[in-house]
Design a protein around this ligand. Structure first.
Ligand SMILES: [Zn+2]
Length: 374
């Protein structure tokens, strides 16, 4: 480890180099020492790996800052970047997607994943469906049968090795670039990189060898999913000729419940009680996801009070916690009164017990919430 070279020195940049300069320097170094350009040259390979490691640290603002302060020990500590860790070729080539991607003249050079490149596994397209669920279904989790039209390999279709690329999925040729001769690998256009082409196909099947087929799939929806969540069923999308199938993506939609409103994993129920029940106390039934629940209203319950039914909310989709059902108590004030009712209330107007508590006016919603959560 003590023999490790300075990352800036490896890439030939100053300590104040911009990310763009670092990227450029790495690109240059990587091309210079690329194994395809230096077959069998161990020293070049080591330099190539060294540059990749330097780039991994210096291209990441956090890792670079740690390296600047603590040197190699800093970059190696905490960042999950082990001191003895050597990047393998696959790691290095996976970096290229990001730095050589899009319009670089070296695209084709790195296109096939360099010396480690091979046949590209083609993936079929994803299918997307929306699935509407009721609150009860969300509360318990549910198994749903869904109908999808998938592209699947038609019966009687066979594939054979692509004769253009001999099944490698790539066409290699030597090209002249400003840095000298290099082997360029491009995706085979005959098989589109899959290495396989259609051999036999029955009448009515097109060149893709795929046909649309209606399938009924059974999907297990876990409890606690929410609006906008997406579940993926791997391999249940469209198949690809000579490749792997795409995924089925299921977008969850919540059917609005008429009585219970969702707030994360909590459920909210707005309860209305009469002035009389609020003053004298009563017991009422409220809806909840498991069925009706009887709750007690204490005498003297204020409008705006929040009652909690612990654990009567929704299960967290990612954990073991379960939300609560919150009951917002509203006292209903009558809008129409008979003469008799009016007279009864009028007789109570001045009664001492009917006067608001001096503190009542400053006990607003936020105070009540604070009380609930404390
Ligand atoms: Zn081919």
């Amino acid at each position: 480890m003590s023999t490790k070279r300075d990352y800036y020195e490896i890439l030939g940049v100053s300590k104040t180099a911009t990310p763009e300069e670092i990227k450029k320097a790495y690109r240059k170094t990587a091309i210079q020492f690329h194994p395809d350009k230096n077959p069998g040259n161990k020293e070049a390979e080591d330099k190539f790996k060294e540059a990749a490691e330097a780039y991994e640290i210096l291209s990441d603002a956090d890792k670079r800052a740690r390296y600047d302060r603590f040197g190699h020990a800093g970059a190696n500590g905490g960042g999950g970047y082990g001191g003895g860790h050597n990047m393998n070729m696959e790691d290095i080539f996976s970096q290229f997607g990001d730095i050589f991607g899009g319009g670089s003249p070296f695209d084709s050079f790195f296109g096939g994943g360099g010396s480690g490149g091979g046949r590209r596994q083609r993936k079929g397209s994803n299918l997307r469906i929306k699935l509407k669920l009721t609150l009860d279904e969300i509360a318990t989790g549910v198994e749903k049968k869904i109908k999808v039209n998938r592209l699947v390999r038609a019966e009687g279709v066979t594939f054979k090795t692509c004769t253009t690329c001999n099944g490698t999925g790539q066409i290699k040729k030597v090209v002249n670039t400003m840095l000298g001769q290099m082997v360029s690998a491009t995706t085979c256009s005959t098989c589109d990189g899959s290495g396989q082409i259609l051999d036999k196909r029955p009448a009515g099947v097109d060149n893709s060898g795929l046909v649309s087929k209606e399938e009924i799939l059974s999907v297990k929806i876990p409890a606690g999913v929410g609006e906008g969540m997406q579940l993926a069923m791997s391999g249940k999308g469209n198949e690809a000729p000579g490749g792997v199938a795409g995924d089925l993506l299921i977008l969850i939609e919540e059917q609005e419940d008429r009585q219970l409103k969702r707030d994360g994993n909590n459920l909210i129920y707005e309860l209305y009680i009469t002035v009389v029940d609020a003053a004298l106390g009563t017991s009422v039934e409220v809806p909840s996801v498991g069925g009706k629940v009887k709750i007690k209203i204490e005498p003297g319950t204020q409008s705006g009070k929040i009652l909690r039914l612990r654990g009567k909310g929704l299960k967290d989709v990612n954990g073991y916690e379960t939300g609560d059902q919150l009951i917002y108590v509203n006292v209903w004030i009558p809008k129409k009164l008979t003469a008799d009712e009016k007279a009864k209330l009028e007789s109570l107007r001045g009664a001492a017990n009917f006067q608001p508590h001096p503190d009542a006016s400053d006990k607003g919603f936020f105070e009540r919430m604070k009380e609930y959560f404390s």
